[in-house]
Design a protein around this ligand. Structure first.
Ligand code: FEO
Ligand code: CA
Ligand code: CA
Length: 647
């Protein structure tokens, strides 16, 4: 089923490039040529005024007619280091535990991990994931907004998880969520700005408002929140999207792992993966995570949350109109009419890909009103769809609209709020396609292809599980694949064409399921995806720490970041991470000359997270102190000659 790279349909990008190039690659992901001119003024009232000129000026050149990939590829390797091509540097900044930069609250990280829960709440969280750069002064000063997906409690506390205490639960909760930190480019490179008035942490206890159909719904009400309109916290935040109105969208992914429920979970709990025992041992010291006592608390997680990093006083919001799922992240496209289309997958075996189309058009910033404020309710009203991929290379978006088709009161969907709280059940009823763990998406506004990484699904085709289908063609899919689709009409269309962009794996391997169409460097388990301003598709890998050291995976070395030219099909390895890390996230400054990449969980135990025998020494990146602990961190990538990243 895989499409041959040599015959891959080109994206006609070359003829459109001058129209679509904008200085901020994240902007390019979301703006079509017609929409760009309309949306640039939206950002004017926010604090990034100096970026507006460069946005309009299209500062990132297309790189000429030569090859898009100009660097010498890095070989696969297993060093405890970040390795980048000759002529590039990679410098770690803002690691877990460094102060985020709140004035008067900047405790230093302690090598023995002895910082308290209160200190952790004002420090960088653990396990950096989705990230975006929000300009304050173009490409020389800005905000890094990033997710801290989960924690390794074995590393987070002195003595690991033994004993397990209320203070450790509080610290674990404080190390989750999202951070906003300020950085600036000086003579010594990029450095944190501390203190900063923008510095902020969102943790598992930060108040969030609820927007959309589930706000105030009976399924969202708890003893502590009888109105069902305020939730404490966000966690399991994986990937992130940047909206054209200047906010940050973060997906609450594997929220089910934080709750414990009865020996016999309800059908609704089972459908969302709740179990008798929580993976994270929060319920032992925080009754909120005991779903027997607080059965609606799990319904308050699994949403896409929206944060305005430019307004430190803003209240973050859970956008329930986008559906409740193990959202990897959320990415925004804009229709010619100016509506927002938010794509999102859920990283779980045999779960779904969604899109949301806003009812209203994106509003411009107003007099004294930021674009974020002007669009404060944009994502609360619209239509949610689940994807059905048909074997003939076509597909349909099926609306999760209450009262239509099977989504009726008689079938257990009393109202629109119940449909979004039970989006998985609604998608089951509609016949959405059960996918091989959808991770990041990347929207190429120029070609209108939307890419999605399906990281792996070893259970595909096993006993009692769904078998192969057109879009998920490999049983026991251990190496994953990348698909892409293009809407019929605009991004809000209800049908599309799709194809396999690549089946990841080793083409030299005799195993049929590992035979891919890669031309160039090999990879497996694609996770992060991003398209830069020059049209290069960047791919982050997430091979599991157990699998990575076995069999055919060994030849791939540590997890890596690769660059792909979709036009030629060439894949070239750009970065190799330290031991047992995962590469997460990619963001650029508006000038395309600095890239930020996150290194998550260096030194993760092959036995998995939360190994009670802590600390471990599989890696001590990035500090390399003999008694230090490995720390997730952002790496700043620059070209020595100051050139565009990837050339
Ligand atoms: Fe959090 Fe799906 O990676
Ligand atoms: Ca991921
Ligand atoms: Ca992953």
């Amino acid at each position: 089923m895989a499409k041959d790279f040599t015959t891959m349909e080109d994206s006609n990008r070359s003829c459109n490039h001058s129209i679509h190039e904008v200085s901020d690659p994240a902007r390019r992901l979301v703006l079509g040529g017609g929409a760009m001119a309309a949306l640039v003024p939206f950002l004017a009232p926010v604090a990034c005024v100096s970026s507006i000129a460069s946005l309009a000026g299209c500062a990132v050149p297309a790189g000429g007619a030569g090859p898009k990939l100009g660097f010498a590829g890095v070989v696969a390797g297993s060093a405890d280091a970040v390795v980048v091509p000759a002529g590039y540097s990679a410098t770690p900044i803002v690691p877990w535990g460094d102060p985020v930069g709140i004035a008067g609250q900047m405790p230093a990280f302690r090598d023995d991990a002895a910082n308290s829960a209160a200190e952790q709440a004002v420090q960088m969280g653990m396990h950096h994931d989705g990230i975006h750069y929000y300009p304050l002064a173009g490409s020389t000063r800005g905000l890094l907004v990033m997710n801290h997906e989960y924690v390794d409690d074995g590393l987070l506390h002195p003595g690991g998880m033994l004993p397990w205490t209320a203070e450790k639960v509080a610290k674990s909760q404080a190390a989750h969520g999202v951070s906003v930190s300020e950085i600036a480019l000086g003579a010594g490179g990029w450095q944190p700005v501390r203190p900063s008035p923008y510095a902020r942490r969102f943790t598992a206890t930060t108040p969030f408002a609820i927007g959309g159909p589930a706000a105030g719904h009976a399924l969202m009400k708890t003893a502590a929140d009888p109105d069902g309109r305020t939730v404490l916290g966000t966690f399991a935040n994986c990937a992130a999207g940047m909206t054209p109105w200047g906010t940050f969208l973060s997906g609450e992914e594997n929220f089910q792992d934080y709750f414990a429920t009865a020996d016999q979970p309800t059908a609704h709990e089972r459908r969302y993966g709740l179990r008798r025992t929580a993976w994270y041992r929060w319920p032992e010291h925080d009754a909120r995570f005991d779903a027997v006592r607080h059965p609606n608390e799990p319904n308050r997680f699994g949403w896409v949350v929206e944060i305005d990093p430019y307004d430190p006083a803003s209240t973050p919001v859970k956008r329930t109109a986008l559906g409740r799922a193990a959202h990897e992240g959320a990415w925004v496209a804009v229709t010619q009419a100016g509506r927002a289309v938010v794509y999102s997958g859920e990283d779980a075996r045999f779960e779904y890909i969604y899109k949301f189309v806003s009812r209203e058009r994106i509003r411009p910033a107003g007099e004294g009103m930021s674009a974020a404020r002007a669009n404060a309710e944009l994502l609360d009203h619209g239509t949610l769809y689940v994807a059905r991929f048909d074997a003939d290379g076509r597909g349909r978006w099926l609306p999760l609209t209450h009262g239509q088709g099977p989504l009726t009161n008689a079938n257990g969907f009393a109202d629109p709020g119940e449909v979004v709280v039970k989006a998985r059940q609604a998608s089951d009823a509609l016949g959405g396609t059960k996918m091989d763990r959808p991770e990041w998406l990347a929207i190429d506004a120029a070609s209108r292809w939307v890419y999605c990484a399906l990281t792996n699904n070893s259970a595909r085709g096993s006993a009692g599980q769904p078998g192969v289908d057109g879009v998920n063609p490999r049983a026991g899919n251990v190496m994953g694949h990348i698909i892409r689709w293009r809407e019929a009409g605009d991004f809000d269309g209800e049908s599309f064409e799709w194809n396999h962009f690549v089946l990841a794996g080793d083409p030299a391997n005799a195993r049929p399921e590992a035979r891919g169409d890669i031309r160039g460097d090999l990879f497996a388990c694609p996770d992060g995806l991003a398209i830069d301003a020059r049209g290069v598709l960047w791919i982050d890998t997430d091979m599991g720490p157990a699998a990575m050291h076995q069999g055919e995976f060994q030849r791939l070395g540590n997890n890596a970041m690769l660059a792909c030219d979709p036009a030629s099909g060439e894949v070239r390895r750009f970065l190799v991470g330290p031991v047992n890390c995962e590469i997460t996230g990619a963001a650029w400054t508006p000038d395309g000359r600095t890239m930020f990449v996150n290194i998550q969980h260096p030194g993760e135990a092959t036995r998995g997270r939360n190994d009670p025998a802590a600390p471990r020494r599989y890696s001590n990146w990035p500090d390399f102190r003999p008694d230090g602990r490995p720390r997730s961190a952002t790496v700043v990538i620059r070209k020595d000659d100051g050139g565009l990243i990837g050339t």
